[in-house]
Design a binder for this molecule. Structure first.
Ligand code: ATP
Length: 293
């Protein structure tokens, strides 16, 4: 029986601005996504009994209907009236509930994979429709581009062309942080829109994009920003030490990704990132050297 094997990459947010709160309870965001080479591996195989089965050795990955990949398969089964099920094996490398969107990436990968395995012939627009039902970060992973600007809940995607590839050192403290908690802790004064209009925010992102395109790491590093940093540090004050430790290494810039606790630094080379990793490994268990994918 045919097996499809796919990579499911993580993302970083180089800028994350919270623009306001929406009527549906979600926040309105402006964010610059970067796809990185820290990947899960997903294997899909038809299951003629109609069951959706998830196999994953990681103890914290839900194996049933709470897994986003289950939701994707179930949604497609229902909408297309399919009798076929699927076995989904996930080899987890992306730390969970870290702000790296591993679950969302898995969901997008399975959406694309089942489109092929089940011959659904969904076009890009239809895939985006399903991605938006599943979660805010899913749509970004439907594209093969390394970079995108996310607006709305982060689910309205504009692809961005940036040629250079960048190296980062990425630290993931062994704390799980759920984005819901962080957004609940985001009080009005931290919302950027109080001081800046949307156009100004987009201008700020465009400045960062320009520096990245020119490979001007020094300038790019000064534009990394995350509005969620305040609620992240409010919930976990001990993470301030990690941030200052990273800063003390003098990279080009450092910022939390998404709702944390993953934090990364922009480095000048792989060698520098490896050097930082060696130092940070003394204090933190999960330290990765990653690159734009
Ligand atoms: P979020 O911003 O949604 O919290 P995240 O990037 O910080 O996302 P994820 O790794 O996506 O974190 O995991 C968030 C939660 O989603 C986990 O606690 C887990 O219970 C659940 N989850 C559902 N499906 C998956 C999946 N395929 N892989 C990992 N976690 C999943």
């Amino acid at each position: 029986m045919r097996t499809i094997v796919l990579k499911s990459p993580a993302k970083l947010n180089l800028i994350l601005k919270v623009v306001g709160k929406r009527d549906d309870g979600f926040h309105e965001l402006v964010t610059l996504f970067e796809r990185i080479n820290l990947c899960d591996e997903i294997r899909l195989k038809n299951n003629p009994t109609g069951q959706i089965r998830i196999f994953c050795s990681h103890p914290h990955v839900p194996k049933g209907s709470r897994n986003l990949v289950y939701k994707v398969a179930q949604l497609l089964q229902q909408d297309f009236g399919l009798a076929n099920g699927v076995d989904i094996a996930i080899k987890k490398q992306i730390p969970i509930a870290a702000g790296l969107a591993g679950g969302s990436s898995n969901a997008a990968t399975v959406l694309r994979g089942l489109n092929e395995l089940w011959g659904l012939k969904l076009n890009r627009k239809e895939l985006i429709h399903y991605a938006q039902i599943i979660g805010s970060d899913v749509a970004f992973f439907l594209y093969d581009r390394s970079w995108a600007l996310g607006t709305g809940r982060g689910d309205r995607i504009r692809q961005i062309a940036i040629q250079p590839k960048f190296w980062h050192v990425l630290v993931v403290p062994c704390i799980k942080m759920h984005s819901k908690q962080i957004f609940t802790n985001l009080h009005a004064p931290t919302v950027s829109v109080r001081n800046l209009g949307l156009t100004k925010i987009i201008d700020g992102v465009n400045i960062l994009i320009r520096h990245l395109r020119r490979n001007d790491l020094q300038k790019a590093g000064t534009h990394l920003f995350n509005d969620l940093e305040i609620p992240i540090l409010r919930m976990r004050p001990e993470l301030a030490r990690l941030k200052s430790k990273l800063r003390g290494l003098r990279p080009y810039g450092t910022v939390f990704s998404g709702s944390g606790p993953a934090i990364f630094a922009l480095t000048e080379s792989e060698k520098q990132a490896q050097g930082f990793r060696a130092l940070l490994k003394r204090y933190y268990h999960q330290v990765f050297v990653v690159r734009t994918l």
